[in-house]
Write a protein that binds this ligand. Structure first.
Ligand code: AMP
Ligand code: ZN
Length: 467
C-alpha cells in the first residue's frame, strides 16, 4: 500500500513495524459541543484507512482519544497554552458542569460513529481517565531535564529536546514560524516561544471544575501530553500510524513527537503520520460564528441519511480540501441511492449465464482495480469509479453482487440495504404518473423507458406485473 507520510512529505510504501500487526491512533474530538461534519470528515478518513488495512489483510489495533480537558481556546490559532479551557467555557455557557458537558458530547460522538459506519475503535480513551499516566510521563520528562517551571505551569523545553536527541523540533510542521521559533509570544516567561505547557496550574483565585493534584501543584494537563501518554500506553513506545486533521500538523503533532521521543529516546515515535485536508462550506471556512458549522443533526433534519454524507466524503481525495454544499450532498444522495438500487436489482435478477473463463478473469481484474485504487493513498474517487464499472460490466449479476459486497467492507455504505424513504420530488411524481398512463394504454415499451429513467434518478419503482 502507498501512503502519504507527512513526516517525509512523500508517498511511501507502507511497511508496518511488526507485520501483520498495525497500531493506529487518531486524535479524537474535544467534547465541548457537537462535532461538525468537518470533524467527521477526518474520522471517516481514519475509518477508511483502518478498513483498507483490514481489507489488505493487516491485523489492526485502533485507539482514539476523547479530549475532555485541557484544550484551550488559544490552541487552534497557534497560541498554545492560552485562553480558556473549552470544557469550562462550555460549562458556563450551557449552565452544566464541565463533567456533564464532556459526558453529553462524548456520548453523542461515540453514538454517532455507527451512524456513519465508522468502526468503533478498539479503545476509546478519555483524557480525564488517564491523568496519572500523563503525570508519570511528565515526571519522566522532568527526570530527563526536558521541562522547566514558570508561574503558570510546567513547560516542555524544545531546545533541550534538540540537544538531547539530535532531532529537530517541529520537522513535520507546515508552519514555518514553528520551525524558526519566530511566533509572536504572549508568555515572556517561556525560554523559547516554541515551548509548550505539560501541566498548567489552576488559577490562584479560582477553583476549576476539573483539576487534580500533581507533584507540581494543583492543576490540569496541557492538551498535547494526553495523546503521547495514551497512545504509548495502548500501542507501545513506537507504533505505525497516527492520524488527524491537517491543522494538527502545525503544533499538536510536532509536540506529541517531541514529548514521546524525548521521554523514550526511541525515534521515530510514529512511522507514518496521516493528515486529512479540511472540509470547507460554500467555498469558505466552516465556523460556529459563520453559522455553517453543520453537525450530523443538521444533516438528518434536512432529510438526509448520514451515509449520504459518507458517500459525499468519498467524492474527493482525503488530502484535498473538499467543499460542502447542500446541493453536493443531494447529488451524493442521488448517486448512493442509484447505487443501492442497482445492487438490489442484482439480487432479484435470475442468473442466466455461467461464469466463463473470460468473465472469471474480469472479476479478478475488477478486484485488483479496486484494491489498487484504495492502496494508492486511499484514492476513493477511483475506487468508486471501479464500483460503477462493475455494475456496467457483463459479468454475471451474482458475481457483481459478491464483488460489490466485498468492496463495501471498505466503503461501509451498506449497499445491500433498502434505499431510505425520502420525500418524492414533483418531477418523479410526474414521471410515475406518465408511466402509469402509458401502461394503461398498453404502451409497455415507453413505460419501461420511463421506469428506467426513474431508477436512473435514484428512485424505486414498485412493479406490479399483473396490470
Ligand atoms: P477538535 O475537536 O478541534 O480537536 O478537532 C477534532 C478533529 O477534527 C481534529 O483531527 C481536527 O483536525 C479535525 N477538524 C477540525 N475541523 C475540520 C474541518 N473543517 N475539516 C476536517 N477536519 C477538521
Ligand atoms: Zn492528539
Amino acid at each position: 500500500m502507498q501512503l502519504y507520510n507527512s513526516l517525509s512529505r512523500k508517498v511511501e510504501e507502507f511497511k508496518p513495524i511488526n507485520p501483520p500487526h498495525v497500531g493506529m491512533y487518531t486524535c479524537g474530538p474535544t467534547v465541548y459541543s457537537y462535532p461538525t461534519i468537518g470533524n467527521y470528515r477526518t474520522y471517516v478518513t481514519s475509518d477508511l484507512l483502518l478498513r483498507t488495512l483490514k481489507f489488505l489483510g493487516y491485523e489492526t489495533k485502533y485507539v482514539m482519544n476523547l479530549t475532555d480537558v485541557g484544550h484551550l481556546t488559544g490552541d487552534n490559532s497557534g497560541d498554545a497554552d492560552t485562553g480558556e479551557d473549552r470544557l469550562e467555557k462550555a460549562s458556563k455557557k450551557e449552565n452544566k458542569t464541565a463533567w456533564d458537558i464532556a459526558k453529553f458530547y462524548g456520548d453523542d460522538f461515540v453514538n454517532s460513529l455507527s451512524k456513519l459506519n465508522i468502526e468503533k475503535p478498539d479503545i476509546i480513551a478519555k483524557a480525564t481517565d488517564h491523568i496519572d499516566d500523563q503525570i508519570k510521563l511528565i515526571e519522566v520528562l522532568e527526570k530527563k531535564k526536558l521541562t522547566y517551571k514558570i508561574s503558570d505551569g510546567i513547560y516542555f523545553d524544545t531546545v533541550a529536546f534538540e540537544k538531547q536527541t539530535g532531532e529537530k523540533y517541529g520537522e513535520m510542521s507546515n508552519l514555518d514560524q514553528i520551525k524558526e521559533g519566530a511566533r509572536v509570544e504572549p508568555n515572556p516567561q517561556k525560554k523559547n516561544p516554541r515551548d509548550f505547557a505539560l501541566w498548567k496550574f489552576s488559577p490562584k483565585d479560582e477553583k476549576r471544575q476539573m483539576e487534580w493534584e500533581s507533584p507540581w501543584g494543583t492543576g490540569f494537563p496541557g492538551w498535547h501530553i494526553e495523546c503521547s501518554a495514551m497512545s504509548m500506553k495502548y500501542l507501545g513506545e513506537q507504533f505505525d500510524i497516527h492520524a488527524g486533521g491537517e491543522d494538527l500538523r502545525s503544533t499538536h503533532h510536532p509536540n506529541e513527537i517531541a514529548q514521546s521521543e524525548g521521554a523514550t529516546g526511541k525515534i521515530p515515535f510514529v512511522k507514518y503520520w496521516v493528515h486529512g485536508a479540511f472540509l470547507t462550506v460554500d467555498g469558505g471556512r466552516m465556523g460556529k460564528s459563520l453559522g455553517n458549522a453543520y453537525t450530523l443533526h443538521d444533516v438528518e433534519e434536512k432529510g438526509f441519511d448520514d451515509l449520504d454524507l459518507r458517500y459525499f466524503y468519498f467524492t474527493g481525495h482525503y488530502r484535498k480540501q473538499l467543499n460542502f454544499t447542500w446541493e453536493a450532498l443531494s447529488a451524493a444522495q442521488a448517486a448512493l441511492n442509484k447505487l443501492k438500487l442497482q445492487v438490489q436489482n442484482l439480487r432479484s435478477q435470475e442468473e442466466r449465464n455461467s461464469l466463463s473463463e473470460e468473465k472469471l478473469s474480469k472479476v479478478d481484474a475488477y478486484r485488483k482495480e479496486f484494491t489498487d485504487a484504495i492502496s494508492d493513498d486511499l484514492n476513493m474517487p477511483q475506487a468508486l469509479a471501479v464500483v460503477w464499472e462493475v455494475l456496467k460490466s457483463n459479468i454475471p449479476s451474482e458475481d457483481k453482487y459478491d464483488l460489490i459486497m466485498d468492496f463495501d467492507e471498505v466503503l461501509g455504505l451498506e449497499l445491500n440495504k433498502e434505499v431510505t424513504q425520502k420525500e418524492i420530488p414533483q418531477e418523479i411524481k410526474d414521471l410515475m404518473q406518465k408511466r402509469e398512463e402509458l401502461r394503461k394504454s398498453g404502451n409497455y415499451e415507453e413505460a419501461d423507458k420511463i421506469r428506467d429513467e426513474i431508477i436512473q434518478k435514484g428512485y424505486t419503482v414498485n412493479d406490479d406485473k399483473s396490470s
